[in-house]
Design a protein around this ligand. Structure first.
Ligand code: SF4
Length: 320
């Protein structure tokens, strides 16, 4: 990821034994992990970005075929009730929410693992991805916050293609708050849902100016008061920019937490609580990013690459 040097990672608490921190030591000693890694990964961050595969959601979306139900629905004549229903225009929030629904095959029942196994699984994954980091480009907390809001239902690669232009025109909250909305829409068009996203990022910028002096607040309570900012987005910013530990429960973390046996819950807030209990607090942000990397590179939504996975011997969902 490209970012300016003004944002530094926080120091770890030396008294605790972090899962993520131990990984760098283990990786340095591990030959097997290092070999498989160097063979499987591009060398530079840019290469890794350009080679990044689409998310499971994107893949399943493009591959999805209409079901029999959909077909019969489309040929059925609309009733009066259906007509009045279809006349109701969905809000931008509803559109994004609907698009966020996973379309892959149903997952098998979750088999929970012990805390010990869960930590071993994550240690192996940290060894697999020692360079895992947020893949969005930014040079300030405001820019990362804006980029994360725009990353809904698209890839980080796509967001990174529009942010140079966007942030050159509107480098801070004040500039974006006062921007011509149509110009913003035009710039971010490639990210999809650009009407909703343009509204969200501008309203967010306006709230930053009105309530926080144009600066991004450093608590989850304050961040989640901003338009378009939920716990997931807030935790990314808090963890990546401010070093405040938090779980980013996105589609990858949600899917992998179930497959790896960390939780039986399906609601992000409950998954977050289960993950908090399993792992040391100081590792939460890094482990989130590691799971996201694994979800993007190996544990795909539709067809996980289990034979290549470093945790296949521990994972209760391994299909080897
Ligand atoms: S073994 Fe398969 S299901 Fe389990 S984490 Fe690895 S890729 Fe995912």
């Amino acid at each position: 990821m490209k970012k300016t040097s003004e944002i530094k990672k926080p120091a770890q608490n030396p008294k605790t034994k972090p899962v993520a921190a131990t990984k760098s030591k283990s990786v340095a000693k591990s030959t097997t992990a290092a070999k498989s890694k160097s063979a499987a990964k591009p060398v530079t961050a840019n290469k890794s970005k350009s080679a990044a595969k689409p998310t499971g959601t994107t893949k399943s979306k493009s591959a999805a075929k209409p079901t029999a139900t959909t077909n019969s629905k489309s040929t059925a004549k609309p009733t009066t009730a259906t007509k009045s229903k279809s006349a109701v225009k969905p809000t931008t929030a509803t559109k994004l929410k609907a698009a966020a629904k996973p379309k892959g095959a149903a997952e098998p029942p979750v088999k929970l693992v012990s805390t010990d196994v869960a930590q071993k699984e994550m240690k192996l994954l940290c060894q697999e991805y020692p360079e895992a980091e947020c893949e969005l480009d930014y040079s300030s907390a405001f820019q990362l916050l804006t980029a994360v809001i725009m990353s809904a239902q698209t890839t980080d690669v796509t967001v990174n293609k529009v942010t140079p232009t966007l942030f050159e025109r509107f480098p801070d909250a004040k500039a974006l708050a006062e921007a011509d909305l149509d110009e913003v829409k035009e710039i971010i068009k490639p990210t999809g849902f650009f009407n909703a996203k343009a509204n969200n990022i501008q309203k967010c910028a306006q709230a930053l100016v009105a309530n926080f002096g144009g600066e991004v607040p450093k608590t989850i309570e304050e961040l989640t008061t901003l338009p378009g900012v939920g716990r997931k987005t807030a935790n990314v910013v808090l963890g990546v920019v401010f070093g405040v530990p938090g779980w980013t429960v996105d589609t990858h973390v949600q899917r992998l937490s179930a497959r790896l046996g960390f939780t039986k819950n399906t609601e992000p807030e409950k998954i977050e609580v289960d993950l908090q209990k399993l792992f040391p607090e100081q590792d939460w942000s890094q482990l989130s990013i590691t799971l996201i990397w694994h979800g993007r590179r190996m544990c795909f939504a539709r067809k996980p690459d289990c034979p290549r996975c470093p945790v296949q011997d521990l994972c209760p969902s391994a299909m080897v």
